[in-house]
Design a protein. Structure first.
Length: 255
């Protein structure tokens, strides 16, 4: 058995299971392990779905944000059927990610997302498709606020208000002043540190990294000061016109 992070219409067991049965699957159906969170992604609609008549769910890289979904347990036969359903590897690409369960457990799982060359900017979804996704969210007790914002291409505040720091941002380190005035809490994370000279880099793994967690309401300030740059088509809290960054002081544009 393997795990699949489901978002969008794949959270809706009614439509998902009906499709599987219609394709001739007579075995066990996907078993939901409950809600899960995928970090550093944001829900978007950047692909046209012919069968849906409008935009369908995609994910955009967005550090500090998170996507609500459900973790499904599937066998090899079901995974092959999901590959067919999602058009892997052309329409959607299956990739390995890590999702977080409500108890904080980190689980490796598969994810389907649209490769960059298949994205076409924001495509409004139909109300019928949104109703399917809303039903899936409600099935797992999840809110629809991020869905409604993405459908209307409205800014949505990150749902992860904490940041784990382990290198130059820790207390007593060269960039600690960027977090001056914020409360620090000792913390550890599962991962492995790599030496990049003036700063360390962390990747998920079986090791233990010691650091701190701090509440960071304005991540763009830190990332900008550190010189972190994103391409113009996928900005990270640096886009004034989208309301991700203030025009002046604490004034934001809102359309």
């Amino acid at each position: 058995m393997t795990l699949l992070f489901a978002y969008g219409s794949n959270m809706d067991s009614q439509g998902r299971d009906a499709w599987l049965r219609a394709q001739g699957h007579a075995g066990a159906l996907p078993r939901s392990l409950g809600p899960a969170l995928l970090l550093d992604r944001r829900l978007s609609f950047e692909r046209y779905g012919r069968s849906r008549g409008g935009g369908v769910s995609t994910l955009s890289v967005a550090p500090g944000h998170a996507v609500d979904g459900a973790l499904l347990e599937v066998d090899a036969a079901l995974l092959a059927m999901f590959d067919e359903k999602e058009g892997h590897p052309d329409a959607y690409l299956r990739e390995a990610v890590h999702a977080i369960l409500p108890d904080g457990t980190l689980r490796e799982c598969w994810l389907y997302d649209v490769p960059p060359q298949r994205r076409h900017g924001h495509i409004p979804p139909t109300q019928a498709f949104l109703d399917v996704v809303r039903r899936g969210l409600a099935e797992h007790g999840l809110p629809a606020l991020a869905l409604e914002a993405a459908a209307q291409q409205r800014p949505f505040r990150p749902v992860v208000p904490w940041m784990f720091v382990y290198g130059t941002l820790r207390a007593g380190q060269p960039n600690a002043h960027l977090l001056a005035g914020l409360t620090r809490h000792p913390a550890t994370a599962r991962g492995v540190l790599h030496d990049f000279g003036p700063y360390p880099g962390m990747v998920l793994g079986e090791g233990r990294v010691v650091g701190e967690i701090v509440p960071v309401p304005d991540r763009w300030r830190i990332m900008e000061t550190l010189g972190f740059k994103f391409p113009w088509y996928d900005p990270y809290n640096q886009n004034i016109w989208k309301g991700d960054k203030p025009v002046h002081d604490d004034w934001f544009l809102s359309f």
